[in-house]
Design a protein around this ligand. Structure first.
Ligand SMILES: Cc1cc2nc3c(=O)[nH]c(=O)nc-3n(C[C@H](O)[C@H](O)[C@H](O)COP(=O)(O)OP(=O)(O)OC[C@H]3O[C@@H](n4cnc5c(N)ncnc54)[C@H](O)[C@@H]3O)c2cc1C
Ligand code: SF4
Ligand code: SF4
Length: 837
């Protein structure tokens, strides 16, 4: 029996064990594993989750029992101090000696700490192990007890640095990111996408400092600041260093293995080091002159090393390694794949950018336009998995490649479905699981959930980036088998939005944590948190102020962020009717705060350019003048547009303005799966474009015609007739029910037009539900709507009257200073943000 010793029980060391014990040849070997951390291997990729639950067990890759059951001798808390290659032995720090036939080095990396003066001060941390996080949490708690508005910086604006920045924010400290390069994520993003990402991160509260070289860490015993240059100081109370990794190659060096110029143990494509009996895998291995700081290549190395040791010489490491990555930050979609920076001589780039919405998509295609070579997605990475697969499998792309990134109509993907991928397409690169394996597990083994697939195939158990694609594959395969597919919200809730709506309502749940504890799992994500917030609002009329950490960023500040980091202020002008007195008041306030004003398509006045700290001041004055929030930031009613109708117009059949005001006041504040708009026209000439709205009324001979499910925007849809010639009360009743039914049954972010399109039976079915009461639910729909109408509150009024809510409107958590980085230039008689360069 031969002995294999593994030094290092991290993710890759563990994967080696898992793959080894799965081989029948394993019975001819004895496996000894040494790890110097105080616990068995854990999921470092999801380390940040520890901040939320502080449950180290939940991150464990396998329990100590698992090692015992599989005949592996695991020695944790035991550092290997020396390798004697001549005798083929190792010695541990506890002075114990062991012999090996094969040695596997899986010692990984440690966080790189740049030699900055003062870096040893208390309050400076790295971000690598559970113990690091425990120390940070303890320090942050101590800080907060003495200084409630403490600041923490992260040194490094790469993938990990941004993850750490978000963790700082979640610890309740003011987060700052300090990056040496002039852009964020310099390895993955180009300058423009980095700018878009910066805006997005700033909108969720991160402060970004680019092109900053830290000269020294200030403070006596504890860190008090970072000095970049003379008079360029950032006061901080804590620092997390995330400036890259350094392979832990000290053992290899000491025993004379070949080491790379910048560290790492050199390996060949069999994972052998310069000593044929010693293998190196994971973040310690220098393969093709690179250290790959990702799990997927590490897992492939583990598999190669296992095969080489048991004698299967055919399994060698791939020549090129896929370094595509997706950032796992709540609320921030960022991904890059293939070659994100294509020089013009090698291909063409197609770019779609909308800075207002923090969206940037770039794809690089071959010169002949036939292949996808790489790309960057910021703001919306929904299509990442598909684009990544098209790139990996060299699949053909449309003759107009922009179709791959232009915004698709609601719900519809602009390119093929996952089911069209080749069978051999690797959907989970960490575990090398193909599309065919996932589909087979569904078809032949009856597996229907991601969890089942994970158990059977291991797909999704690595970095987890393939979960959306595996979910789609399961659903599409189930559909092809004629099975009903449940539209699950996300991995944290095994329910559709409609089911969760019913649960929240029936069980009277009003708090996200309670919902997660009782009906979900894990820590929640950027999909289920805002969705739950929207449900609480739709059911209880709860304002976005109450649980602001689960809101989208616009809802968090009750204002839409604009492209220079300022906000817009949009008071409600019901039906577009505004008195001269109100116009004067609004003009006075706009002048006082130097706001740009513009009349919107929804017949109200938008005021742009407000700084965060000005928002409560502006709203205080507006509310004193009788205005209320227009909720332009929410997934809720925007406006009810009207023509002047019979009040002034000689063609008018009825009073459209009065009706629009009544209706707008009725539905204001109601939260829904997506924004919705209304229109009222006084006659069929349709000056208010009511048929381009989610609901519209048109006065005709004998009453009002009601139209529903129309919209303008990117995918215009004409509304369809729900009822003809009804009186006003009946019209309101039908629209009440239609809206409530839509709110209760639509998928998240689904406009009414897309909802109707997907609804089996279409408009006839809606008529049956809301007019003929085929489901017997109209009484309940009426009651639900009445409740929302009666419990309306202006959330801006609540915000300015509640000191704790008001306190969040500062650019700097512990000071009332303004953000001086915001610049404007003159535009006609007003001002506008400085143009993008
Ligand atoms: C916060 C964070 C987020 C990440 N996110 C992602 C991601 O989204 N996607 C992705 O692909 N990758 C991600 N990574 C990187 C990924 O975690 C690493 O690539 C992976 O953990 C490397 O595994 P490894 O086993 O090679 O090294 P490690 O995990 O570093 O394990 C090495 C182990 O060996 C031990 N050791 C070292 N020397 C000795 C010795 N002499 N004796 C005994 N034991 C020793 C170490 O203590 C350690 O436990 C992330 C990393 C971090 C820190
Ligand atoms: S159409 Fe709408 S989203 Fe597009 S630029 Fe104009 S305001 Fe912005
Ligand atoms: S829709 Fe008819 S009533 Fe209204 S303004 Fe136009 S013409 Fe006049």
């Amino acid at each position: 029996m031969k002995t294999v010793i593994v030094i290092g029980n991290g993710m890759v060391g563990y994967k080696f064990c898992e793959k080894f014990v799965a081989q029948k040849e394993y019975r001819n070997f004895k496996l000894l594993v040494f790890g110097d951390e105080p616990r068995p291997a854990y999921d470092r990729v999801h380390l940040s989750e520890f901040f939320e639950n502080q449950n180290a067990k939940a991150l464990e890759m396998a329990s100590e029992d698992w090692y015992t059951k599989n005949g592996i001798e695991l020695m944790i808390n035991e550092r290997v101090a020396d390798i004697n290659r001549d005798n083929k032995t190792i010695t541990t720090a506890n002075n114990r000696n062991f012999s090996y036939d094969y040695l596997v080095l899986a010692t990984g990396s440690s966080a790189f700490v740049p030699p900055i003066k003062g870096v040893e001060k208390e309050g400076v941390f790295v971000y690598r192990t559970i113990e690091d996080l425990e120390s940070m949490l303890a320090y942050a708690a101590k800080l907060k007890s003495t200084k409630p508005k403490a600041k923490a910086a992260v040194l490094g604006g790469g993938l990990l640095g941004l993850e750490a920045g978000k963790a700082v924010m979640d610890m309740g400290l003011e987060p700052h990111i300090v990056e040496f390069a002039p852009k964020l994520m310099p390895r993955q993003l180009d300058s423009r996408s980095s700018q878009v990402l910066q805006l997005k991160l700033e909108s969720i509260g991160l402060h970004i400092h680019l092109s900053k070289a830290t000269n020294q860490i200030l403070g006596d015993k504890f860190i008090t600041g970072m000095e970049f240059g003379e008079d360029d100081i950032l006061d901080v109370d804590m620092l997390i260093i995330s400036a890259g990794i350094r392979p832990r190659d000290e053992l290899g060096k000491a025993c004379g293995l070949e080491i790379g110029v910048r560290g790492g143990i050199v390996v060949n494509n069999k994972m052998q080091t310069s000593d044929e009996y010693i293998y190196a895998i994971g973040e310690i291995a220098l393969y093709n002159q690179m250290i790959y700081g990702l799990v997927a290549p590490g897992y492939e190395m583990a598999s190669v090393a296992v095969d080489q040791i048991i004698g299967n010489a055919n399994n060698i490491m791939s020549e090129s390694i896929d370094m595509s990555t997706k950032l796992k930050l709540i609320g921030v979609d960022v991904a890059s794949f293939g070659n994100p920076f294509m020089p013009a001589t090698k291909g063409h780039s197609v770019i779609f950018e909308n800075k207002t919405q923090h969206l940037y998509k770039r794809i690089n295609v071959s010169l002949d336009g036939k292949k996808l070579l790489g790309g960057i997605l910021v703001g919306d990475a929904t299509d990442y998995s598909m684009l990544h697969q098209i790139y990996l499998n060299g699949m053909p792309i449309p003759s107009d490649p922009s179709q791959l990134i232009l915004p698709a109509g609601d719900g519809a993907a602009s390119f093929g479905s996952v089911i069209d991928l080749p069978d051999a397409a690797v959907v989970c690169s960490c575990e090398a699981v193909t599309k065919a394996e996932v589909c087979c597990a569904v078809k032949d083994n009856g597996k229907e959930t991601v969890k089942d697939i994970a158990k059977t195939t291991k797909a999704t158990t690595g970095c987890g980036g393939c979960k959306p694609m595996v979910t789609d594959l399961i659903n599409e395969t189930l559909k092809s088998l004629g099975k009903v597919v449940k539209e699950r919200i996300c991995e944290h809730f095994d329910y559709s939005r409609q089911e969760l709506y019913d649960i929240v309502k029936m069980k009277n749940i009003k708090d996200y944590d309670e919902l997660l504890d009782t009906h979900g799992k894990g820590n929640g994500c950027e999909v289920c948190k805002p969705l739950a917030a929207s449900l609480f609002a739709s059911i209880y009329n709860e304002t976005a102020n109450r649980q602001d950490t689960i809101q989208d960023s616009n809802d968090r500040y009750l204002a839409n962020i604009q492209r220079n980091g300022t906000y817009s202020v949009v008071p409600r002008v019901a039906g577009g009717e505004i008195s001269p007195k109100q116009m004067i008041a609004m003009g006075r306030i706009a002048q006082k705060y130097d706001l740009y004003t513009k009349i919107t398509g929804g017949q109200r006045i938008n005021m742009f350019g407000a700084k965060l700290h000005e928002l409560p001041l502006i709203w205080e004055e507006l509310i004193a003048e009788g205005f209320e929030t227009g909720q332009a930031y929410g997934k809720s009613l925007r406006t009810v547009k009207s023509c002047v109708g019979s009040t002034w117009c000689r063609y008018g059949m009825d009073e459209s303005v009065s009706f629009a005001i009544e209706i707008e006041n009725r539905y204001k504040g109601i939260r829904s799966p997506h924004k919705f708009k209304g229109g009222v026209s006084g006659c069929i000439r349709e000056c208010a474009e009511a048929r381009g709205k989610d609901f519209g009324f048109i006065a005709v001979e004998g009453g009002w015609n009601i139209y529903i499910c129309g919209n303008g925007g990117a995918t215009p849809k004409h509304a369809v007739l729900l009822a003809e010639k009804v009186d006003k009360e009946t019209a309101i009743k039908y629209v009440d029910r239609f809206l409530m039914y839509y709110i209760q049954t639509a998928q998240p972010l689904m406009r009414t037009a897309a909802w109707l399109e997907k609804l089996e039976g279409g408009i006839d079915y809606v008529k049956d539900v809301v007019i003929n009461d085929c489901l017997g639910i109209v009484d309940q729909l009426d009651k639900d709507m009445q409740h929302l109408v009666e419990t309306y509150k202006c959330e801006w009024k609540e915000a300015i009257e509640t000191p704790e809510i008001r306190a969040k409107y500062t650019h700097f958590v512990n000071s009332t200073e303004e953000d001086e980085n915001i610049e404007f230039v003159a535009l006609r008689d007003q001002k506008m943000p400085t143009p993008w360069v």
